[in-house]
Design a protein around this ligand. Structure first.
Ligand SMILES: [Zn+2]
Length: 318
């Protein structure tokens, strides 16, 4: 599943509103110039006339040279800019000032998606992914290995490199899943967030959430919540799901069966999951059923995080 329909609609609406704004600004400028600077308004009218003449020359063959009309138009534009400037207006006051001149705020170049729409899509997806704004500053580049020493550092470097390579090649490696094991404050969240940001930018749907919120979505359905909203479906259908802090939730038969459904559905459908936990393998096995443990240990790539709490080190360094 690429971006959801909702994400696409919202991104297109952003581009559409930019275009609407550019055009209404332009219309307001024309009105203003018609009122206060007739000299410029007249040149502007002649420029538009050249457009019509080119159209007629091409379509009905009026015999006029298109090149000649274009030259005339360029000269008029230069004149218009000079008049505007002389009277204290910006030279481009009568241009339509699109946010993206490449596609004139349509979002498309021919049949191709313009870069501006891709950016808007990533932005909207980022907002709906559950990642905090703060996450934008967390990237592989800002992952500081100097907080780790000795063997910890080389292990962390391996962890970073493996996740970076996964994120960079998500298209081909979709379906791989990771289990990030280690105490709080060792960079599990930082690295999994860095993966999320890259994967979103590459055009995939990502959801980042705690176990509690995932369970809450299933609970809502269980207690007769809105069946059509399917808010729990994003957890089983997004391209990449990141479950933060597995092991901190209330554990009962219901939560375990929800968790099993999410983990198993995603494996069956070939979708990637990253799980962060500070439970050891033994604790995971004790806490969850064998059904879950066998999925996690059989199908997920485990990465161990060792070291001293990086968050505390960072504060100490300030
Ligand atoms: Zn564009």
């Amino acid at each position: 599943m690429p971006y959801s329909k909702d994400t696409v609609e919202r991104a297109k609406a952003i581009i559409r509103s930019r275009r609407d704004k550019a055009i209404s600004d332009w219309e307001a400028h024309i009105k203003q110039i018609n009122r206060s600077l007739p000299e410029a308004a007249e040149i502007d009218a002649r420029i538009r006339e050249t457009g019509m003449r080119i159209y007629r020359a091409v379509v009905s063959g009026t015999g006029e040279s298109v090149d000649e009309i274009k030259k005339e138009s360029t000269a008029l534009t230069r004149e218009l800019r000079a008049v505007l400037k002389k009277n204290g207006y910006p030279e481009n006051y009568l241009d339509v000032n699109y946010t993206c001149p490449v596609c004139s705020d349509t979002g498309y170049r021919g049949t191709k998606t313009c870069g501006c729409l891709k950016e808007a899509l990533a932005e909207v997806e980022f907002e709906s992914s559950g990642l905090a704004k703060l996450a934008l500053t967390q990237s592989f580049d800002t992952f500081d290995l100097s907080f780790y020493t000795g063997g910890d550092r080389s292990m962390m470097q391996t962890n970073r490199d493996m996740l970076l390579s996964f994120a960079d090649n998500f298209g081909e490696r979709r379906g791989e899943s990771w289990l990030l094991i280690g105490a709080t404050g060792l960079g599990k969240t930082h690295l999994s967030t860095s993966v999320a940001v890259k994967v979103i930018k590459a055009g995939y749907s990502v959801v980042y959430d705690s176990v509690d919120r995932i369970i809450a979505a299933f609970e809502e359905r269980r207690f007769g919540g809105d069946y059509t909203s399917g808010s729990e479906r994003k957890y089983t259908e997004c391209d990449l799901l990141i479950i933060d802090d597995l092991g901190t939730e209330l554990c009962n038969q219901f939560t375990v069966s929800c968790l099993y459904k999410v983990i198993n559905d995603r494996l069956v459908n070939g979708l990637s999951t990253i799980i962060n936990t500070n439970l050891s393998q033994e604790e995971l096995r004790d806490r969850y059923t064998d059904r879950i443990a066998s999925r996690l240990f059989g199908e997920y790539m485990p990465l161990l995080f060792y070291g001293t709490d990086v968050r505390r080190l960072k504060i100490a360094r300030r």
